[in-house]
Design a protein around this ligand. Sequence first.
Ligand SMILES: NC(=O)c1ccc[n+]([C@@H]2O[C@H](COP(=O)([O-])OP(=O)(O)OC[C@H]3O[C@@H](n4cnc5c(N)ncnc54)[C@H](O)[C@@H]3O)[C@@H](O)[C@H]2O)c1
Ligand SMILES: O=C(O)[C@H](O)[C@@H](O)[C@H](O)[C@H](O)CO
Length: 249
Amino acid sequence: MLENKIALVTGASSGLGYQFALTLAAQGAAVAVAARSTDKLAKLVAEIESRGGKAMAFAFDAADPAAPDALIAAVAERMGVPDILINNAGISLPARAHKATLDDFEQTMAVNVRAPWRLSQLCAARWIDAGTGGCIVNISSMLSTRVAKGVSLYTMSKAAIRHLTAGHALEWAKYGIRVNALCPGYIRTSINDAFWETEQGKAELAKLPRPRVGEPKDLESALLFLVDPRSQFVNGEALTVDDAQSWAI
Ligand SMILES: NC(=O)c1ccc[n+]([C@@H]2O[C@H](COP(=O)([O-])OP(=O)(O)OC[C@H]3O[C@@H](n4cnc5c(N)ncnc54)[C@H](O)[C@@H]3O)[C@@H](O)[C@H]2O)c1
Ligand SMILES: O=C(O)[C@H](O)[C@@H](O)[C@H](O)[C@H](O)CO
């Protein structure tokens, strides 16, 4: 489905991003995988290549304001301009609302909002100039329309990226650029390890409508639906994939 496409996945060294990269590569895309840890990316590249796919690793620290420009330039030079951008890198710095620090605020917004915003803008500018169109998927969360105690900065940032998705889709649809958000429920990845041990985390787990959290693979079909070239009319949407969890929390 994605032969001759180049996809860029941020935060690909673990969790959802790792799985997204495998999924896109299995569909024939050449995948640029970006994260701070290039050691972990080397393992992902080797795994994709062992399955007959194509991938290249790029060092990327989303907290650095200059990093998005450098990343897009490097991918364009080594692989070509990405056709698909998956804004997946994200952090959650749990703190009671009255204990969160200025640094927590700035880091959260830098990684979860500023970097995806800038990467989107850089890709869109190239797609508009070349007249090619393009596809962006922003990884938001079911916690973009709901909140949970202890993660108010995180939920704020996920609401921001969900709304940015719609704003970008509105302005870029006429250029054939689609921008959608994927809003997962609770999935088993390292972002949640500490959370499940907290009182709030235990309370959330106890409320799940089916007593299991998701696995990264549970998001595969939704990601493929959003990046599918046949989904041309799906734009500015936020697709929640959460096994009905958001109705229960
Ligand atoms: N796991 C869930 O339950 C869940 C639910 C909804 C949304 N999400 C979102 O999914 C995305 C992926 O998270 P995950 O669950 O796979 O967790 P994870 O911690 O395994 O992955 C996060 C990824 O982001 C990367 N990252 C963090 N800070 C970075 C930085 N400064 N520069 C570059 N990369 C950075 C990490 O290296 C890692 O690869 C996040 O945006 C998260 O908010 C996760
Ligand atoms: O659903 C989500 O978006 C994620 O799972 C987050 O909610 C984390 O669980 C939380 O930030 C604790 O780290």
